[in-house]
Design a protein around this ligand. Structure first.
Ligand code: PAF
Length: 284
């Protein structure tokens, strides 16, 4: 496995692989890898000849007051995990390599980012689309792998790749959960034991909504109310948003359709957790 720190190194490697006609699979991450990331890497290994993982805590997607400084980091452990999985390249640039002095470009996906997380994290999506565009230009992957836990991010990045003709096929991977249902996230490390128990209410309320839909309840407001009740009944929780939206447009639905997703962001203690599920019976 090779570790690259500079754009020059990744450019050279990529040009060689393109000359050889190899399929490049790419898994962008902010490090502190968990089983969710490993599942993306395994999928990338299955579907591509060469796999690149980037590890970069991207400052432009954090707003002032968010957890940029606190965000957990452990490069040595991450490198070991990538090596064990057989990843070919880890790209872990310094902030100055990605954003050198004089940097002033923005990349914006307009409408999809005006919902859900976009309403509460003012810099998040412009930071994500900027860094993902840069990483796609550097790595020039054929395939890129994103988790469905960040389902709005996935839809936004898919739009970005299409709109800018970046030529990257964006592949979704189902959310990976702990055995009790908690969605894997690097931010779960912020949770105390008691908060960890409260955090279970996110996935439990989503499962309850799915069950209600299977039993015939299609009114979004009724499903939202029930989910809110379950989450608010737990200590240390504060709901930021909880909505039933269309998975293509991110807009609110009043009644459940086959494209309906229940999506939420909930503070549990200091940790802001997100989760979502499709509601239609038999949807994965
Ligand atoms: O999902 C993440 O970890 C990040 O938002 C990403 C896609 C690596 C961009 O920094």
């Amino acid at each position: 496995m090779e570790l690259f720190r500079t754009n020059a190194e990744i450019n050279k490697w990529r040009d060689e692989r393109w000359r050889e006609g190899k399929t490049i699979g790419f898994v962008p991450t902010m490090g502190f890898l968990h089983r969710g990331h490993l599942a993306l890497m395994e999928e990338a290994m299955r579907r591509s000849e060469q796999v690149v993982v980037s590890i970069f805590v991207n400052p432009t997607q954090f707003s002032p007051g968010e957890d940029l400084e606190q965000y957990p980091r452990d490069l040595d452990r991450d490198l070991k995990l990538c090596h064990e999985l057989g990843v070919h390249v880890v790209f872990a640039p310094a902030v100055e390599e990605m954003y050198p002095p004089g940097f002033q470009t923005r990349v914006e996906v307009q409408h999809l980012t005006q919902h859900l997380c976009g309403l509460y994290r003012s810099d998040f999506f412009s930071g994500v689309t900027l860094v993902v565009t840069k990483l796609f230009c550097l790595v020039r992957p054929h395939l890129a792998f994103f988790g469905e836990k960040d389902f709005q991010q996935l839809v936004v990045v898919r739009r970005l790749s299409k709109d800018l003709n970046l030529g990257v096929e964006v592949i979704a991977h189902p959310t990976v959960r702990e055995s009790d249902g908690l969605a894997m996230s690097s931010r779960n490390t912020y949770l105390s034991e008691e908060e960890r128990r409260s955090a279970l209410s996110l996935s439990l309320s989503l499962l309850e909504a799915r069950k209600m839909v299977a039993e015939g309840e299609l009114r979004a407001d009724v499903l939202v109310q029930r989910a809110e009740m379950m989450i608010e009944a737990e200590p240390h929780t504060r709901i930021q948003y909880l909505q039933v939206v269309d998975e293509e447009t991110m807009t609110d639905l009043t009644a459940v359709t086959p494209a309906a997703v229940m999506a939420m962001a909930v503070f549990v203690g200091q940790a802001r957790l997100i989760d979502n599920m499709r509601l239609w019976p038999d949807s994965s």
